[in-house]
Every structure is written in structure tokens, then in C-alpha cells.
Design a protein around this ligand. Structure first.
Ligand SMILES: CC[C@H]1O[C@@H](n2cnc3c(N)ncnc32)[C@H](O)[C@@H]1O
Length: 483
């Protein structure tokens, strides 16, 4: 499929829209003008983009959980509980796995079975099947802004339904909801489909409706080096801006070393704004999101609260606009509403105690920011070179050549040649760089830091460090020290 990083014409968009809205019966509930009129009436305090902009202005860090169940009433009860008992500032609807694969017929079965069983038999909220009407019921029942959170390579119909339904934010992107989530979705196909989702937001923006878009920062959530995830976030932000998106939250998944994590957020915000300005997107508001640890969690709930609180503290000290909250049931599965609310309360306690405190920019932090930006720049500049100036073309070619390479990703379009490991302070470094286009200085710095760990541990730099690190947090520590 031929892709190019160029804003779709109205003719291109509306021609495709007719097909998209026919993919499932609830697509017929989308009435463009009615949706615009409804969305324009949403008060600022229930508009995701406005609430994020306000938090940014005030220097506040907000807390947002993940949550989703099969049936509308139970989903409303869950979100209301997380608002009232958890203190959530922003609300999700985590979408179920069938919807993420566009298997809406399976969702129908799941909904019917859940009704029969009296409990959720889906691992999230099947928004497409519930339709605009069902999403409006959720929107009308809750008091905070709503966002769809999922992992959907083809989110076109889902985006149509949730936005018309009152959800003023959609998470995801052509790389971040494909490469870490799907095995066989071609990069160009997904670029096309997410250009649709971004163009839909651009269309709403042109009609006076503010909608937020949030590339999925953590990717596989497994030892993902900051410059790898930052490069993906910046690419998706640039592609979204080209389609008319004006309010973007770029994100990053906690790795665990304080300096590196703060540097990741600071460098991400600095660098995405530099690139937006460079390409003339001067009216895009950037906010940031810090995801609490996305790797394996300890089963012990007290230890899990330690991990959650460390993520809350780091996100706050970084100055992130929001933190995505984990729960003490992370090691087990879908959390109860009580456990989910506990994760939010623990997070809010730390955010309140660290309010106004930012990690000062010392020599070490600036050095880490500069290293992350240099690594990220190498990747992005190479994409532009491969695409002869077109970022979409460059991204397709970049994955084909392993210039952009996500660790532990299931996608067969991902090279999977890069491997990370922690250095002796727990910062995630590049162990194998595959075809990443790094300078010799960058390669040397990463190697030196891993050699420091090898010397301390009395073992050679090797992939054993990677595997030890993958299990470390679940066993109660950050760095996977040899037995
Ligand atoms: C991005 C992956 C994360 O999303 C979370 N998650 C997925 N589905 C749900 C769900 N239905 N309710 C609450 N949290 C959920 C869980 O923490 C998982 O590790």
C-alpha cells in the first residue's frame, strides 16, 4: 500500500469514511454533524484535551487508571468507583482484545455470555458493539474526561464510535499499537489506518472540537530504551500533526532508574517540540504521560504498592502531565475495582506529597537528556533519509532495515536485532544495537556502561544480563544481579 506523510483531502477521507462506518451496524449511529454539535457542548472539565492543557498550565501531574469491563452498567459502576473511591483525574475505557482485532462478532458472544454469567467475560469494554449510544451512556454517567485505551492496529471504526460517543481522547498509533501488539500487520497498512484516525481528529478540530491523541509510549514495556520509545512517539506525533491533530500527549514507560526516567520525559518533551517547530506545526499542544512500571510485577501486594509509588514519584519529579496507574493485582490479571482504586489512591498520595517538586537539572541529568536526544536523533534523521524526506515512507523502510527496532515485539515486520540490558545503576542501555544507526560515540558510551556492570558483577557483558533484568522486578529488585 502506498503511504505518504501528507494530509488527506476531504474527498479521500469521506470516501473511506463511508466504508469504515459500514464495518459494523453501530457505525450507522455516527452522524457527523450531530456528533460535532454534541462534542462542542462538552464542558471543559469533561474534555480530555482541555483538562490536559489545564494541567500543563498549572504544572500539575494527573492520575489515570486503566479499566474496562464488558457491560455498560458495570463499566459505569467501575469508572464511578475509580472516580469517587480512587480519585481518578481522567478516565479510561480499556477496550477488550476482540475489538482490538476487529472481531466484533466475538464481542457479541462475549456480551451475551457476560449477561448470562452476571460478570465480565471480556477483558475490556467492547465500545464498537455498544456503539455511539452505549458510549454516550458512559459519558453521561461519569464526571471526568474519557479516553479509549487499547492496542488496535485498525482503530478506524473504534475511533469513529468513541469520539461520537463523547470520548475526547484516543490512545495509540501506527507503530505503537501495531508492532508491540500484532504479528502480521504491515507497517504501511497501519500507517494508513492511523492517518484515518488522526484525520478524523483533525476534522473535529476544524469544526471546533478539541480532541487529544496519545501515542502509546511504553511499546512492549520490556526494557525499552528511552530513545527507542521516544523516537516512536515523535514519529507518531509528527504524523498526527500532519493530519490536523492539535493536542498530543507523548509518553514513556518507566524503566526504573530515576535520572534516566526523568531524562526520558524531559528529552521527549524537548525533542518533540523541536521537531514540530522544525516542520512548521506551531499550534500543537504537547503534554506528557509517564506509565508506571509496565514489566513483570511482584505478586506480593505490599511490594506492588512499592513499585506503584516509585512510578508515581518518578513521574511527578519528571514533571509529567499525567501518570498511568498500575494496581496491586498487576501480577494476577484484571484488577478488582477496589484494587484499582487502591493503586490510584497510593499514586495520588505520592503526587500530592511531591506536588511542585521537580528533579533539578544537574550535570548527570543533562548528560542523560543529551544522550537520549542524540540517540533519538540518529534514528529519526535516518528515517527521513530513507524516506527521502517523507516520514511515512521512511518509517516503512526504517522497520524493513531495522533502523527502528522495538525490543521483544511480536511483529514479523520488526527486525528484533536490538537487545537492551541494564547498566550498574539500573539504567537501560543498548546491549546489541542491530542495525540502529548510532554514532561510534553512542555505541561506546552504551558499551562502557554495561562493562561497568560486568566488572561489578564479575561476569562478561551478555544476554544473560537481559534475561536476569526481565525477571528482576517480579523477584523484588531492579537489576537482575547474578545468583
Ligand atoms: C497496557 C497493559 C496493561 O493494561 C492493564 N489492563 C489491561 N486490561 C485492563 C482492564 N480491563 N482493567 C484494568 N487494567 C487493565 C494491565 O495493567 C496491563 O498490564
Amino acid at each position: 500500500m502506498k503511504v505518504q506523510n501528507k494530509r488527506w483531502t476531504d474527498e479521500e477521507f469521506f470516501t473511506e469514511r463511508e466504508k469504515v462506518l459500514k464495518q459494523w451496524p453501530t457505525g450507522a449511529e455516527v452522524d457527523s454533524q450531530e456528533a460535532i454539535d454534541f462534542l462542542k457542548k462538552i464542558p471543559e472539565e469533561k474534555n480530555f484535551a482541555d483538562v490536559m492543557a489545564k494541567a500543563k498550565r498549572e504544572g500539575k501531574t494527573l492520575a489515570q487508571p486503566r479499566a474496562g469491563v464488558a457491560l455498560i452498567d458495570a463499566h459505569i459502576e467501575l469508572l464511578t468507583f475509580l472516580t469517587d473511591q480512587g480519585g481518578a483525574d481522567l478516565l479510561p475505557s480499556t477496550i477488550d482484545s476482540y475489538t482490538r482485532q476487529n472481531r466484533y462478532d466475538e464481542c457479541e458472544v462475549g456480551i451475551k455470555e457476560s449477561l448470562k454469567a452476571g460478570r465480565s467475560l471480556l477483558n475490556g469494554f467492547p465500545a464498537v458493539n455498544h456503539g455511539v449510544k452505549g458510549c454516550r451512556m458512559v459519558y453521561n454517567a461519569v464526571s471526568k474526561p474519557l479516553q479509549a485505551r487499547h492496542g488496535t492496529p485498525d482503530s478506524r471504526l473504534l475511533a469513529e464510535i468513541i469520539h461520537a460517543g463523547g470520548y475526547t481522547s484516543n490512545e495509540g498509533g501506527a507503530i505503537s499499537y501495531n508492532v508491540p501488539y500484532a504479528k502480521s500487520v504491515p507497517i504501511d497498512r497501519c500507517l494508513h489506518d492511523w492517518q484515518y484516525c488522526d484525520r478524523l481528529v483533525g476534522f473535529y478540530e476544524e469544526n471546533g472540537v478539541h480532541i487529544n491523541r496519545e501515542p502509546f509510549g511504553p511499546l512492549t514495556g520490556t526494557l525499552c530504551p528511552p530513545s527507542t520509545s521516544n523516537a516512536v512517539a515523535i514519529v507518531e506525533a509528527l504524523l498526527a500533526a500532519e493530519q490536523g491533530v492539535k493536542n498530543i500527549t507523548v509518553g514513556y514507560g518507566q524503566c526504573g532508574n530515576l535520572i534516566q526516567d526523568v531524562a526520558a520525559i524531559r528529552s521527549l518533551e524537548e525533542q518533540v517540540n523541536e521537531y514540530l517547530k522544525k516542520f512548521g506545526y506551531n499550534d500543537v499542544l504537547i503534554t506528557t504521560v509517564f506509565h508506571q512500571w509496565m514489566g513483570g510485577f511482584p505478586q506480593d501486594e505490599a511490594k506492588a504498592f512499592g513499585v506503584i509509588s516509585w512510578g508515581a514519584a518518578t513521574g511527578s519529579l519528571a514533571g509529567a502531565t499525567k501518570v498511568i496507574v498500575k494496581t496491586p493485582h498487576e501480577a494476577i490479571g484484571i484488577p478488582t475495582k477496589e484494587a484499582n482504586a487502591e493503586g490510584i489512591r497510593a499514586t495520588k498520595m505520592v503526587l500530592n506529597m511531591t506536588e511542585g517538586q521537580l528533579l533539578p537539572e544537574g550535570k548527570e541529568l543533562r548528560a542523560e537528556i543529551d544522550l537520549i536526544k542524540a540517540e533519538t536523533r540518529c534514528i529519526i534523521e535516518k528515517l527521513f533519509e530513507l524516506g527521502k524526506g517523507d516520514l511515512a515512507v521512511g518509517t516503512v523502510e526504517g522497520f524493513a532495515q531495522g533502523v527502528m527496532d522495538v525490543p521483544f515485539a511480536p511483529s514479523k515486520y520488526n527486525a528484533g536485532k536490538m537487545m537492551p540490558a541494564r547498566d550498574n545503576n539500573g539504567a537501560v542501555r543498548y546491549l546489541f544495537t542491530g542495525n540502529l544507526p548510532f554514532t561510534k560515540d553512542i555505541l561506546d558510551i552504551n558499551r562502557e556502561k554495561l562493562e561497568e556492570r560486568a566488572k561489578f558483577e564479575g561476569r562478561p557483558v551478555s544476554f544473560d544480563m537481559t534475561t536476569d533484568d526481565i525477571f528482576a522486578v517480579g523477584f523484588g529488585r531492579l537489576i537482575g544481579r547474578p545468583k
